[in-house]
Each structure stands twice: as C-alpha cells, then as structure tokens.
Design a binder for this molecule. Structure first.
Ligand SMILES: [Fe+2]
Length: 307
C-alpha cells in the first residue's frame, strides 16, 4: 500500500528565491545536483524539492513511499493500463518508479516505511468547568520556535476530478475521504491509517500545483510562523481559519511564484478500520467554517499554470 506522501517537487525560475522562502517557512535545506531540497526538523527524507528550470513555476513531480506488496501491485496495474514506466528525470534522489497520471503529472513511487513524527503532549488548556492549567501562565514566549513538523498533503488542479479519483483509487489503492459538490474537489487518503487527505484535487481548466501543506504543533506556532513570513515580506493568502473538509485549522501563504504553502494544525485522522463515509460538501462548507479574513480570496482557486 501507499504509506505516505513523501515529497513534492516544483520547477522554478530561480533557486535562490526558493531557498529564502522555504527556510523562512521553517525548513532545513540541502543543495543537491541541480536542485534544492528541504525537510522539516528530524525528518529522514526530503519533503520539498525545487528544480531550476529558468521558466515559470510548474509542478514537477510527487513522490509517495510504498511498501513492497503495494509496489508490485502498482507495477501490475501500470502494465494492465499500458502506462509507460519512465526514466528518472533526476540525477539526484531519482530512485523508484516514475509514470504519468491521467493529467500528465509525474508520479514517483519509492519503497519505504511510514515515518511518523515524534509524539508531542498537547499543551494544557482551561475549558469551561475543566481547568487543565492551574497557577501557570498559558501564553507562550514570543521566541517560541515555530517549525513545521512534516509535509502532510498537497493539492493539485485538474480538469477532470472524477478521472483523478478513479486513477488514484484504482492504481495507487488510495481511499476517497470527501468530495466538494459538482466535481469541484476531491480528497484522498492512504490505507493503514491516514490524515483525512494526503492528496487532493481542485477543478481547473488545466493541471497545476495549488499548495503543499505542513503540520504545526499549535495555533500559536502557526501564527508565529506566519508573522515570521510576513516580517520578511512574504504574502498572506488566506486564513487563519478552519476547513470543513479535514477539519484542520489553516493559514495559507503565497510562495514567490504564486503557488501556496500552508501551515495546518489538527487535521482529521482516519484509522484503517473506520467505515468512513465520504461526504459531498458544498463549496462554502467544505472550504471553511470560519476564517479571520472571510471567504477565500478570488485568486485562491486561480491556477497560475493554466495558460
Ligand atoms: Fe491544505
């Protein structure tokens, strides 16, 4: 089975610009051969890869970790569907198998393990009638670190949401968690216990990258991280708020190429044995319960890769 979303790769015009954005975002950088790779603290693999193309930003590939049985299953499925296995486009970190999904997105599968982050005790909090924190100040220090823990999910634009659902459910054996009405959106998880979604799709006239999202430890961390990005001139995109789909708190930021990076906190988790029933959400309820800046801005759903 597919175990996790491991890496998202983008082609961008200028690596230097990317280096500053993702390190300010809170990730650790290494320089590879013709690429920059970023990972959260204590993660054993790259989570964002940037390749300098000299051209406008464009989605490059997505990498999933998969177990051996799942790997063999996918290889058989690709053969059944006459989907060509492609050579690695990378001189660095190019292991595994490569193929195109129905939109022409490059997909990479690598044998691996599910690597969860180190468990953290939630901060104590006071609730009505339940005082979990006594005789102690609750406000953290302004110097509190705000570091993303892991890549959680990515969302791609697609001209055909049902076709993408069918492909990822059939070929990669993923599960559908929820949709947004009129085939506007779909959210998929892995088997074996998973965040509500590790991969999602939003309708657009063309394929393209919408956002990659990273888990934070609290709302405080999320917003301290936001302040750090704004302090360096990076642009707010939407939030903070709470999604209906996946239930997570969110804050989105524009990357330097009109893509987005998101901090999330408290996303729904679905165990393997749960008879979870997918809900077809309205656009409004699926997108948000509330957000400090109201409904998503007009350009939130704009696909900058569509020509
Ligand atoms: Fe997201």
């Amino acid at each position: 089975m597919v175990l996790s979303l491991q890496r998202v790769a983008l082609g961008i015009p200028d690596l230097k610009v990317g280096a500053d954005f993702y390190t300010t975002f809170g990730m650790n950088m290494r320089e590879g051969q013709d690429l920059l790779a970023f990972r959260c603290d204590n993660r054993p693999h790259d989570e964002i890869v940037l390749l300098e193309t000299g051209q406008d930003r464009k989605f490059h590939h997505i990498t999933f970790a998969i177990d051996e049985a799942g790997f063999n299953r996918v290889v058989a499925k690709l053969k059944d569907r006459n989907i060509e296995r492609l050579p690695s486009p990378l001189a660095d970190t190019g292991e595994g198998i490569w193929f195109h999904d129905p939109d022409g997105n490059l997909v990479n599968l690598v044998l691996g393990e599910r690597v969860d982050v180190v468990a953290e005790q939630p901060a104590s909090a006071n609730h009505p009638g339940l005082r979990g924190r006594n005789n102690e100040r609750g406000c953290p220090s302004r110097d509190m670190p705000a570091r993303p823990r892991r890549l959680g999910h990515m969302i791609l634009f697609t001209p055909n949401v049902p076709r993408q659902i069918s492909f990822y459910v059939d070929v990669l054996d993923m599960k559908l968690s929820d949709t947004i009405t009129d085939d506007y959106g779909a959210f998929l998880r892995t088997r074996g216990g998973s965040d509500h979604h590790v991969l999602g799709f939003l309708n657009s006239p063309a394929p393209g990258f919408h956002h990659a999202s990273f888990e934070m430890g609290s709302i405080d961390e999320t917003e301290l991280g936001a302040q750090r990005l704004f302090g360096k001139g990076y642009r707010h995109a939407w939030g903070p708020g709470r999604h209906g789909v996946g239930s997570n708190y969110f804050h989105y930021f524009r990357d330097p190429w009109n893509g987005m990076a998101e901090y999330f906190f408290d996303i729904d988790f679905i165990t393997d044995d749960c008879p979870w029933e997918a809900v077809d959400w309205t656009k409004k309820d699926g997108m948000f319960l509330w957000s400090a800046d109201g409904p998503p801005p007009k350009d939130f759903g704009q696909n900058y890769e569509a020509v």
